[in-house]
Design a protein around this ligand. Sequence first.
Ligand code: PLP
Length: 403
Amino acid sequence: MRRLRLSQRAISTPSSPIRKLAFFAQQAEQRGVNILRLNIGQPDIPTPPEFFNSMKKFNNAVLEYGSSEGDVEIRREWSKYIKRVNNLDIPPEHFQITVGASEALIFAFMTCCDPGDEVIVFDPTYANYIGFAAISGVNLVPVRCELDSNFKLPEVAEIEKHISNRTRAILLCSPNNPTGTVYSDNDLKLLLEICEENNIFLVVDETYREIVFDDRPFYSIFNVAPSNERVIVVDSLSKRFSLCGARLGCLITSNNDVRKAILNIAQARLAPPTVEQFAAAEMLSILGAEQIEKTKKTYQVRRQALFESYREISGVSLLPSMGAFYSMVELPIEDATDFCRFMLTDFVYNGKTIFFAPGDGFFIESGRGKNMVRVAYVLEPELLIESANLLDLGLKSYRKNYI
Ligand SMILES: Cc1ncc(COP(=O)(O)O)c(C=O)c1O
């Protein structure tokens, strides 16, 4: 048969850098190797029992479609939860429930941009933004951030240099994946001013909203601009409640035109999952600041264990991340992808090895991040300390054999 032609969109959508070495990990496991998985942001903290308890109460005779904008109950309870925990007043009507933050981001790109339009992002960036942009025909324009300054935002003039007549939005992720950087209220104000000046949207991904360490205050863009019509917030239940498999997120905006346009797109995909919305609504009505405080403390202890054990390794450099549960770590080698593969194919110590996500997959600007890995600290502190020992031994063995 003659080869069938695929779309440029499909061809140009990259595979996930987080999953690209998964095959080697699978083979290592088949050989009986125990892998400490630090490559993917899959929380290991148990999902709140409140979610599973309410799921058991679902007893409708037919599993019907829900509303395209999301069911009334989850929108109401999510709005109340944000009031209780973040002291923000966001009416339920401003919520569009989505299949994870992932769908919310695709909806935001599709609504704010035509194919060929540009969105500014800070580099390194959450790798799947690259996939969402490719699907929507959007060009991401990277603005450099550096490890030495813990990936803080560059000067306004530097950001403005990247704005063109095709720019439709700035996209910020705070707390940040992959860097763990948390942006200040001043950062948010400056970005909003740039957006005002250029009449573009400000999309803020607050998937990790409450996960902020060292008693640092966290500012939602809604603290800075409670009802600004150019602001779109993307949120998710995946991380703070270890609910990745429920596939529930939302897009929040006070802009009626945006919500109306998004609803049309949402209607074409019918509805988010019915049972999960039912259970999440009840869970949100029960949980509050206590649960999230506990989660935050758990990640802070891990952040400390990771930072203190990794910084002892010769040639390794990292700064303490401020939030979320990620760190970008520089290694004393040239090709981190090759090293990560080596750790899965050739290295084992006491039956164990480690799996990191190669850093270059998080950079849009080519050539950057080649000597970095992203570490997701989703394991107990003792295992993180053990992973530091494996990294130290792995680096020695890799350099002896390959350099
Ligand atoms: C910054 C960021 N945004 C969005 C997502 C997607 O989240 P969801 O599971 O809600 O689709 C992730 C998942 O890792 C993320 O890290």
